[in-house]
Write a protein that binds this ligand. Structure first.
Ligand SMILES: *Cc1c(COP(=O)(O)O)cnc(C)c1O
Length: 820
């Protein structure tokens, strides 16, 4: 923070009222998420609240972690666990957070650069930061912190000494920008482009344009591209000439930047109004990157950098893989790959991310130099962060990072450069560790990731953890505030890999998990998952294991009830059980006429503690079965009430699966059971666009062949090429879960965005596709499903359901998790 806030000042900034006075101190740090609390010293916890989330429930947890000052908008019912805390009541905690940010912004003496537009904001921000780093000590907002909460939080990271700050502004509906503008007060705005879709919560493209341009209301300069005609027209009509900085492919503007494209690199020729010329060389040749780079050049020139200074920075620009990903490492390690981050804020975000992962033997950090000036300070702050996040071992790469030598507790080893590290690397040094690899592009830390990554063949299933959280919250919004959510993570979380997904579900505060078999539950417990877990179909032999791992069995028959009762006979404690009511599925469960007998049994076995009672709908997705489903629900209500009437405590009742949540919102009972919807498939088809695909199955092109007329491809000569053509062989087959029914043109894949149909029969480990007339090279990636290929259509093309495709993906396919 730029200006620490003593309590009286804080009160006036947020217009707050003290309702409990305990400790007081100058605030210099803001926390909004209890999971990310590391240094509690001088921290203020702001309890944000949304329609389905209220951090006021986490005050005690924050207190426990050392927080002593709180901003709240609703008085907690019980303050007994907050003895020495200071509680400050405000009308809206979000507003208060924004007020504190605006106050900090007013006291920042450097210049603020902000970005708006539909695409490219994050990448322009990252690149501009890399270029400015050659000359200025500056700040940039982490990742895509660009929302009503993200912008204020990122402003808190600006420090006194920064000369510049680059902040991204993102809006999703009208009026949000005015608010962001008052917080950011940018001096320079870059308007990247407008995009084509008018979605994003706006009525029309022109409304969107008008809203986005509000960011520049009080700015000294706005940078834009002449070729974006709508943007240019609007800005030129609504802003004074003196405030506009225009660039274009052609002359007559402030910066004429023309491109000469070559194969692997391009030249950008700058012609300034005074006719001075300069030629930049960049390692990109695609249109989007070349546009982004020219925004960066225009901004850097406007901020006083010379063309040679800019060129020096351009040499190190690489395509950004913006995503932080989690990968399977060698020797049972887990890798967090964040190899593009090059500043303190980035380090902080990735250390926080590390903190949220499942615990392993040690936390290891592999870190390079920061590309910033003001070194000693930066490294002191880094040392602080590393200590706070309890990193066990640091591998430090570079020359400037030797500043960390001053901090003996860090347990650091130093390497001159990445090559030096790799030469001295012994893979045996890493075992069951959680390893974060982060640093500047220039150091090519991806070479280290490559060494430490477990290598499997070329097929991977990528899981987007943000999309998963998005889908979870989407369903959560369909529910009453008090309805709990049990998430079905059976069958390896529908193929996605259960441990990482379960970990994410703990973070988004799911209430319960369910698996099919005991060993699936044990696997989760062994991977540090602490949520309650229901087991749908436990075998009696597994009761001892269930009991020791605190797994909760479903009981569906009298014989099972008897065996469980016998097993529990000599136990002092109780076990939570769940009762399955068969109301029409006729799979497992008690029938209505068995309830009386069931009640009698339960009364004699008080240590079988009924935690929930449920039923399962047979056709919740199909309006055709509406009456049948309603009858099931009615039968269930009767059965449940009859069982409850003899129980000491009322258990949770639940009936709805994903489709049921959409079609029977009035029957939520106490909990719902979310399955396929979480994984991005909306089976009723009613709300499909609101969900995000969470997984992408990819493989690589192993070989390309050009075949003469009359050739055939694959087993039994099924693939016919009467006119000849070109084929690509992909590293995926039915043993990986690519269904054999996709053979002979039934299925297709996407390679570089182009549709390539399957030719011939799918083999066990390989598949051939027809790429005649397409642009494909060996080593290219092919998307089997994911963006552009919908799982639902794919499934219906071979007469099956998305559930089957998802769960069929073989365990030999590597799972990669990422988070944006
Ligand atoms: C799998 C399962 C669900 C989830 O169903 P979806 O259609 O995937 O939402 C819910 N309840 C039970 C008992 C299940 O077995």
């Amino acid at each position: 923070m730029i200006k620490p806030l003593p309590q009286p000042l804080l009160l006036s900034v947020v217009e707050g009222k003290v309702i409990l006075q305990g400790e007081t101190f100058d605030i210099d740090h803001i926390v909004t998420d209890t999971r990310k609390i590391t240094a509690s010293h001088n921290s203020l916890f702001i309890a944000l609240a949304g329609p389905h989330y209220n951090a006021v429930h986490y005050l005690a947890e924050a207190y426990e972690k050392g927080i002593r000052m709180f901003l709240i908008q609703e008085e907690p019912t019980d303050t007994s666990s907050l003895k020495e805390a200071t509680l400050i009541l405000v009308k809206s905690t979000l507003k208060a957070l924004q007020q504190i940010a605006a106050y900090q912004r007013r006291h920042f003496k450097g210049r603020v650069i902000s970005l708006t537009g539909s695409n490219g904001k994050t990448i322009v921000k990252e690149w501009l930061s890399q270029i400015l780093g050659e000359k200025y000590f500056h700040y940039k907002s982490p990742k895509s912190f660009n929302s009503q909460v993200g912008v204020p939080l990122s402003i808190m990271g600006i420090k006194e000494g920064h000369k510049l700050a680059i902040l991204e502004a993102g809006i999703s509906k009208p009026e949000e920008m005015e608010n962001l503008e008052t917080i950011i007060k940018p001096n320079l705005v870059i308007f990247t482009n407008l995009g084509s879709a008018h979605a994003e919560g706006f009525e029309s493209k022109s409304q969107k344009l008008k809203e986005k341009a509000k960011l520049a209301k009080n700015a000294d300069f706005i940078i834009y591209r002449k070729e974006h005609a709508e943007v240019a027209h609007f800005l030129e009509g609504n802003f004074a000439d003196a405030n506009l900085i225009c660039w274009s492919d052609s002359v007559g503007v402030d910066y004429c930047l023309t491109v000469k494209q070559q194969d692997e690199q391009s030249k950008i020729v700058l012609l300034q109004p005074n006719l001075q010329m300069f030629t930049f060389t960049v390692l990109f040749s695609d249109q989007a990157s070349l546009e982004n780079i020219r925004h960066v050049i225009a901004a850097a020139l406007s901020l006083g950098m010379t063309p040679p200074e800019i060129q020096k920075g351009l040499q190190n620009l690489r395509p950004l893989d913006m995503r932080m990903s989690i990968k399977q490492g060698i020797n049972d390690c887990t890798l967090i790959d964040d190899t593009y981050s090059n500043d303190l804020e980035g380090l902080k975000v990735s250390l926080e991310f590390m903190q949220l992962q499942r615990p392993k033997r040690r936390r290891v950090l592999i870190l390079s130099d920061f590309l910033q000036t003001n070194q000693a300070d930066t490294y002191a702050a880094a040392a602080d962060l590393i200590q706070q996040h309890r990193v066990d071992k640091v591998y430090a790469i570079g020359e400037r990072i030797t500043h960390l030598r001053d901090y003996e507790d860090l347990n650091c080893i130093f390497f001159k450069d990445t090559g030096d590290f790799l030469e001295n690397l012994s893979l045996e040094d890493f075992r069951q560790d959680l390893i974060l690899i982060t640093g500047a592009r220039k150091f090519q830390l991806e070479r280290i990731v490559h060494q430490l990554e477990q290598k499997v063949h070329g097929t991977s299933l990528e899981i987007n953890l943000n999309a998963l959280a998005h889908n979870f919250h989407y369903y959560k919004r369909q529910l009453h505030p008090h309805t709990k959510v049990m998430v079905m993570v059976k069958a390896f979380a529908y193929g996605g890999g259960s441990a990482e997904i379960a970990n994410m579900l703990e973070q988004v505060k799911a209430d319960y998990l369910a698996v099919a078999y005991t060993d699936e539950g044990i696997y989760l417990r062994n991977h540090g998952i602490t949520l309650p877990i229901m087991v749908l179909n436990p075998s009696p032999e597994s009761f001892p294991l269930l009991f020791t791992h605190q797994l909760e069995p479903v009981v569906y028959s009298f014989s099972m009830l008897q065996q469980l009762g016998a097993f529990m006979e000599d136990k002092e404690s109780a076990i939570n059980i769940h009762l399955d009511c068969d109301t029409g599925m006729h799979r497992l469960g008690f029938m209505e006429n068995e309830v009386e007998q069931l009640n009698g049994f339960l009364m004699q076995h008080p240590n079988l503690s009924v935690a929930s009672i449920y039923t399962h709908l047979v056709g919740a997705d199909d309006d055709h079965f509406k009456t049948f489903s309603q009858n099931q629900l009615d039968t269930f209500s009767r059965m449940a009430e009859q069982i409850c009437s003899t129980l000491p405590d009322r258990p949770l009742l639940h009936a709805l699966n994903s489709a049921g949540i959409i079609n029977f919102p009035q029957s939520q009972f106490d909990m719902v059971r979310l399955g396929i919807g979480l994984y991005g498939v909306e089976v009723t088809g009613k709300h499909e666009p609101q969900l995000l695909a969470i997984s992408t199955l990819r493989t690589t092109v192993s070989q390309i062949k050009t075949l003469p007329e009359g050739s055939t491809v694959g087993y039994s000569r099924k693939g016919q090429m009467p006119n000849g053509g070109k084929i690509a062989t992909l590293a995926i087959g039915y043993a990986d879960g690519y269904d054999r029914r996709f053979s002979n043109g039934k299925g297709h894949v996407l390679i570089n965005g182009q549709k390539a149909p399957v030719i011939g029969n799918v083999c066990m480990d390989m598949t051939m596709v027809d790429i005649t007339g397409l642009e494909v090279k060996e080593g290219d990636q092919a998307v089997i499903y994911g963006e552009g290929i919908s799982l639902k259509e794919l499934a219906s093309s071979i007469g099956t359901i998305p559930y089957e495709l998802l769960t069929n993906i073989s365990s030999r396919v590597r799972r990669v998790y990422y988070s944006e």
